[in-house]
Design a protein around this ligand. Structure first.
Ligand code: ADP
Ligand code: MG
Length: 261
C-alpha cells in the first residue's frame, strides 16, 4: 500500500533571470519519505527546495500540500507544516542556542504574544532530540559547524512540521558529524514519521540513509526511485561526467570515481 501523498508538484518551471533553472518538473512526495535530492552543482537542487518551501514562487505549474494548492494555504499555517533549512545560516546577532530554537515557535505565536510554557517545552524536546540541550546557553556564533547544523534542525523541529527540507545539511562537516546528523534525521523519520527531503552530495551516505533518491540534472528529474535503481553506472557517468566504479557486495552501494592509470 502506498502511503498518502504529502506534496505534489506538477509542471514546475522556474527562471531566475533569463536561463531556465527548472523545466516542467513533476513529482510527488509521500508521507514519511526520506528523499535524497542529488545532482551536480547547479542542477537546481537548492532552487527546487526553495520552491517546495514557499521561499520562491514557480513561474508555471502547481504545488499541492495535502490536496490543497499551496497558493491558497495561509502562510502561517504552511510555515507550521513545512520547514526549510538553508545551506548557510548567517547569524549576525549573538543569539543563544535556546533562543534560536525558540524562534522555531514563531509561526504559532500571535502578534505581541509571548512564548508559553508549551513553547518552551516543545523547544526543550527539540533540543533533546538533536543533542543540543547540553549547550543551550551558549552563543550560536561560538559553537562548531556540526553543532550549528543541529541547532538549525532543532529550531525547525520546534516548528513541529510534517515535512522538513534541508539544503546540504552535511556540507562542510567531517564524517563523524555527517553520520550524526543523518542518524538524527533517520530517527526523526522512523520514530516521528517526519517526511524529509535533503539535498546532498555524498552518494554513498545518501544510499545508506535515504529510501528514495531523486537525481536532478539541468533542472530535470533524471531518475527517481530506491537508491539501487538510481545509482547506476551509466546514469552517473552521464550526469556527473566522470567515470565511476560501483560495487554492491553487501547490498550497500558504493560509488567511487574511477582512477585509471
Ligand atoms: P544546486 O543547488 O543544485 O547547486 P541551484 O538551484 O543553486 O543548484 O542553481 C541552479 C542554477 O540557478 C545555477 O545555474 C545557478 O547559477 C542559478 N542560480 C541560483 N541562484 C541564483 C540566483 N539567486 N540568481 C540567479 N541565478 C541563480
Ligand atoms: Mg545548492
Amino acid at each position: 500500500m502506498t502511503p498518502p501523498t504529502l506534496m505534489k508538484l506538477e509542471n514546475i518551471s522556474f527562471t531566475y533571470e533569463t536561463s531556465p533553472v527548472l523545466e516542467n518538473l513533476s513529482m510527488s512526495i509521500e508521507e514519511q519519505d526520506f528523499v535524497g535530492l542529488i545532482g551536480p552543482n547547479g542542477s537546481g537542487k537548492s532552487t527546487l527546495l526553495k520552491i517546495m518551501g514557499g521561499i520562491l514562487k514557480s513561474d508555471t505549474g502547481s504545488i499541492r500540500f495535502k490536496e490543497s494548492p499551496v497558493s491558497k494555504i495561509n502562510k502561517k499555517l504552511f510555515a507550521q507544516s513545512v520547514s526549510w533549512i538553508p545551506q548557510d545560516h548567517p547569524m549576525v546577532f549573538p543569539f543563544k542556542v535556546s533562543e534560536i530554537v525558540l524562534m522555531g515557535r514563531h509561526p504559532y505565536l500571535s502578534p505581541l504574544s509571548f512564548e508559553s510554557k508549551e513553547d518552551f517545552e516543545i523547544s526543550q524536546r527539540a533540543m533533546e532530540t538533536t543533542m543540543t540541550a547540553q549547550f543551550s546557553d551558549r552563543y550560536f556564533n561560538e559553537i562548531s559547524g556540526g553543532e550549528k547544523q543541529r541547532v538549525m534542525i532543532a529550531s525547525a523541529l520546534a516548528q513541529n512540521p510534517e515535512m522538513m527540507l534541508l539544503d546540504e545539511p552535511t556540507a562542510a562537516l567531517d564524517l563523524k558529524y555527517q553520520v550524526q546528523i543523518l542518524s538524527i534525521l533517520k530517527n526523526l523519520n522512523a520514530e516521528h514519521k517526519m517526511t524529509l527531503i535533503l539535498a546532498m552530495h555524498d552518494l554513498n551516505l545518501a544510499s545508506r540513509f535515504c529510501n528514495r533518491l531523486i537525481l536532478l540534472n539541468e533542472g530535470q528529474i533524471v531518475r527517481d526511485g530506491p537508491p539501487q535503481q538510481v545509482l547506476k553506472k551509466d546514469i552517473l557517468e552521464q550526469v556527473y561526467g566522470v567515470e565511476v566504479d560501483l560495487d554492491s557486495k553487501d547490498g550497500n552501494i558504493r560509488v567511487h570515481p574511477a582512477i585509471r592509470s
